[in-house]
Design a protein around this ligand. Structure first.
Ligand code: ACM
Ligand code: ZN
Length: 517
């Protein structure tokens, strides 16, 4: 027999259940605070207190077949499958399915971030994989040297953000930062200078002096082979590949200060201030010996050979350069640079490596297998893609992290590269055909440090902008690519909200995140 409930009591009960329902829905948000946003996320009933997340029971299955079943026909490239994961978070524990350890690692990073961002974590199911295979950060340690602990701290944050390439700009005009046994003066002399702040050392585009290691109050430092081994082990545990850059032929003031014979021979006896002389065989002998030690230290598939901003004008005046151009049938200095890069590429190939260079390596003809880092904008990258080359986009006006974030910033330089500007970059330009899309390896933020002397300043330039680069590199286009202006504004507002939650957490962990308090 049905229970008879008085009409007023019925109303009270309906109101009570309605309030309860609203409370439950509010406690279980349909989106997450995660950065980068996962490909697919759905809420399940229940939640877990974040302080219980660390001890959560984990059931892990590494099986490509099992992951493919979860993907239910979604088509992923092999490299995406390797990083992909399915995860079901319930009150009693978490189940993870992945094709590879790397996917399990990213699932755990997701759990770690969820536990850090919210005091209560909703039970959920996540299916997730990266959009681009190269999701990078570059750090210039030549202008100002931060050292091993700083690098590890940034690798930790990169891993949390599912970034996987660390481009290590280790050598440049104001300091060489890597132990090379065959050429000890690179670190005994040119890792040290009297002035700490770069602009006090470099005046009017002319570099200053270096001082011997051990000189009192000398500024500088370098990585020993043991330091590099430590950093590489730390990075490898976090599925990050470290790509060293050894600059050639420009940006070599320091190598020439250590070994003056690497400079061009000029008729007036003067020496040009920047470049190596590609006319001399001894220059190639130097580079090859250096690279052999670099290859021994770094297991990365790629070596970055620089190639940017070589002035080349003294090559016109140098007898050795002129003789080399004649002997090799080269029509100008652009082709002389191209000859050098192609030759270094052959050397790299012989040792199982591939080269990356800044977009100037297109001038005078691109080396056959080179990957281009498109920094002047995106045009050089688009040209390289058309020619069948791989490309990484690092356009200055979006991804140069030495540029200021707002006009109130400490030591503002360059154009305004706000968080919103960084977030707005779309790597897949409409002119890139579907057949060529695989040549876009990904994106990278570059922190040049001419104006950035201290660790806190470096972090303030990195964060929160690196959060936006991570999201563009990992999250699927569909999560972001709203076609209407209104949709774009919503995407940005949601990202800004999530970035501010993560910024607060990062500050608690000891990172300096802009804007600083
Ligand atoms: C560069 O900014 N010179 C690559
Ligand atoms: Zn020369």
């Amino acid at each position: 027999m049905p229970r008879i409930i008085p009409i007023d009591m019925k109303r009270i009960l309906i109101a009570f259940y309605a309030v309860l329902l609203v409370a439950v829905v509010e406690a279980q948000p349909q989106s997450t605070n995660l950065i980068p946003a996962p490909a697919e996320y759905s809420v399940r009933s229940g939640s877990i207190s974040s302080n219980k997340m660390a001890g959560l029971h984990e059931k892990v299955r590494i099986s490509e077949k099992a992951l493919l079943r979860r993907l239910e026909g979604r088509k992923l490239a092999d490299w995406q499958l390797k990083s992909a994961y399915w995860m079901e978070l319930g009150k009693k524990g978490v189940k993870i399915v992945a094709a590879d350890e790397e996917g399990v690692f990213y699932a755990r990073q997701t759990l770690k971030m969820m536990a850090s961002l919210d005091s209560t974590v909703s039970c959920c199911t996540i299916l997730d994989w990266p959009r681009f295979r190269y999701r990078g950060v570059m750090l210039d340690e030549s202008r100002h040297f931060q050292g091993k602990d700083f690098v590890k701290k940034q690798l930790e944050m990169m891993a949390l953000l599912k970034m996987n390439r660390f481009h290590f700009h280790l050598v440049d005009n104001p300091g060489w930062r890597l132990q090379i046994d065959a050429y000890p003066r690179l670190t005994k002399l040119t890792a040290w200078r009297p002035e700490a702040f770069f602009w006090d050392w470099e005046k009017n585009q002319i570099g200053g002096a270096f001082v011997e290691e051990g000189t009192s109050e000398a500024y500088g430092g370098y990585y020993t082979k043991q330091d590099i081994a430590d950093i590489l082990a730390f990075a490898s545990e976090r599925h990050i590949e470290v790509i060293p850059e050894i600059e050639m032929p420009g940006h070599n003031y320091e190598t020439r200060a250590a070994y003056p014979e690497l400079a061009c021979s000029l008729p007036n006896g003067g020496k040009d201030p920047w470049e190596l002389c590609p006319g001399k065989e001894s220059t190639f002998e130097f580079l090859e010996k250096v690279l052999l030690e670099v290859f021994d230290m770094f297991p990365s598939q790629y070596i970055h050979i620089g190639g940017d901003e070589a002035r080349k004008n003294n090559w016109q005046l140098c007898a050795d350069c002129q003789a080399k151009m004649k002997a090799e049938g080269l029509k100008g200095v652009e082709e002389l640079q191209s000859y050098m890069i192609r030759r270094m590429e052959r050397f790299a190939h012989k040792h199982g490596k591939r080269i990356i260079g800044w977009d100037e390596i297109l001038q005078g003809g691109l080396a056959p297998d080179a990957t281009v880092m498109s920094w002047h904008g995106i045009e050089a990258g688009l040209k390289a893609v058309k020619e069948g080359h791989d490309v990484i986009f690092t356009p200055t006006h979006y991804f140069y992290l030495d540029y200021h974030q707002d006009s109130a910033q400490f030591r503002p330089v360059g154009r305004l590269v706000s968080l919103e500007k960084v977030y707005s970059f779309e790597p897949m330009a409409e002119s890139i055909s579907e057949a060529d899309a695989h040549h876009v390896l990904g994106i990278q933020g570059c922190l040049w440090t001419e104006h950035v002397q201290d660790a806190w300043h470096a972090e303030m330039m990195l964060y929160p902008r690196v959060f936006a680069i991570a999201e563009t590199g990992w999250s699927q286009a569909e999560n972001k690519k709203s076609s209407t202006a209104e949709g774009k504004a919503k995407d940005w507002q949601d990202f800004e909200r999530r970035a501010s939650v993560l910024s607060e957490v990062a500050r608690k962990w000891g990172y300096t995140v802009y804007p600083c308090r």
